[in-house]
Design a protein around this ligand. Sequence first.
Ligand SMILES: [Zn+2]
Ligand SMILES: [Zn+2]
Length: 506
Amino acid sequence: MKAILGTPRVEVVLRWLATAVGTLLLLMGIGFLVMPELLATGILAAEPARAVGINSLRGDFGGLFLGMGLFVLIGTLTRYPTLLLVPIVFLALIVTGRLISVIVDDLPVVTKGALASELLFLAVLGLSLLASSVRHENLAHRAVHAVTPRLRIVVVLGVVVVVIVVGAFQAQRQIGLRLLGAVAGSQLQSNGLDGIPDGLHVGLAGTGAPLPEHRRHGVCTFVLAGKHLFIVDSGPGSTKALELMRLPLGNIEAVLLTHMHSDHIGGLGELMLKAWTRGARQQPLKVLGPDGVDQVVQGFNMAYAIDTDLRIAHHPPTIAAPEGAGAMAETIRSFDADGAATIFEAPGLKVTAFLVDHRPAAPAVGYRFDYKGRSIVISGDTLPSESLRRQAQGADILLHEALQPEMLQIIHDAAVRGGQPNAAQLASDIQTYHTFPEEVARIARDAHVRQVVLHHFLPQVPMRIFHSAFLGDTRKIFRGPITMGVEGMLLSLPPESLDVRLGWFL
Ligand SMILES: [Zn+2]
Ligand SMILES: [Zn+2]
């Protein structure tokens, strides 16, 4: 090995490979300086939170990548190859962080592309460092130590970096327009559901509850059963998430509301409008729900009436067909003795609404979807419910709301201490009509559910560090997987199998 690495040709090849890695790192650093959002979302899948996030991306990531790139290039182009140690240490720490994340964050290895490139970079830099030290050892041995200082190269390199950075800042307008041209066509034409195989799929567009949280939208779930697309609840802000997922809103079979609390209906007006104009619907959006759905739909139709007229006047009927505007309500009433009602049937598919207990919000329902031997149950908002337990029998996935009383108590006490009696009162009031995580686990265990997914978190769960506190003893009660739902998550159930496949939309 030492003999091979010590060969001049091998050393030169490795040095050039290392130089290429350094150049790439340098370009990424420049990229983060010039267009941090694009690189972060495109390469790191990290969406910056407001201007502070963009600032950190420019500063931290720009600095990290530029620094690594510069150290690599100075190391490979001068007589100081030991400088390669600096980026090697950083890359090793980055890889370690990624591996820790794969282990502790319950993530699918979606970052394997990034991980593979970092390992490759690490290998190239490590071998190059090794090769040059072996080579230098040999040269020293022969007392030929005539490596001329290449300070000039470093200076030229520095100037090139400055020129590129300044040039890229100056050319931002052109870069922006070019990029838009490159991505706009594919974005506009693509349909997020293209390529999704036959099966029963559940996607999370909104997993939040009424308490505000930066990264979560109001509660909203889509279910795709074969070709049939349903939206369950339409919480505030969730229509934007559905659009970002590039869901074909024009193809929605029906919107199913669980109850009329604002955190479940706040996005309905926008959903109606976008399904009509962007989805080019020729008939109003069908909205099903328990008593009260009529009033809610009428209200949204009325609130959007002026906008509807304006769009009909402004756009051709291919975009804003008058007969496709707004929504029409259908109240679910025909519950049987068990509190269940079949609301939709098609070959291989059955959708059932069932009464749950969210008093004083009554009636409130949950939904069960059965398609080709697979099943998904969505709880809606409820206390532990007997009818839900019956409906969840043998379900592949139970998507359930959850409230963590211990965490809410902490919020309550903090509100009391902070002199905010209303916030404190709210924190205790909401505890009376939701389900604790351990109770969800008991229901799932008793009903022989295959997998639990939680959403509609009370209180907020903004970071993974809170997951354990939120879940409490659930994992001792229910032995199957319990997943903390997050926007963009897609769970797919192929027909007539036991598989649950996890994918990502955003
Ligand atoms: Zn509610
Ligand atoms: Zn709710």
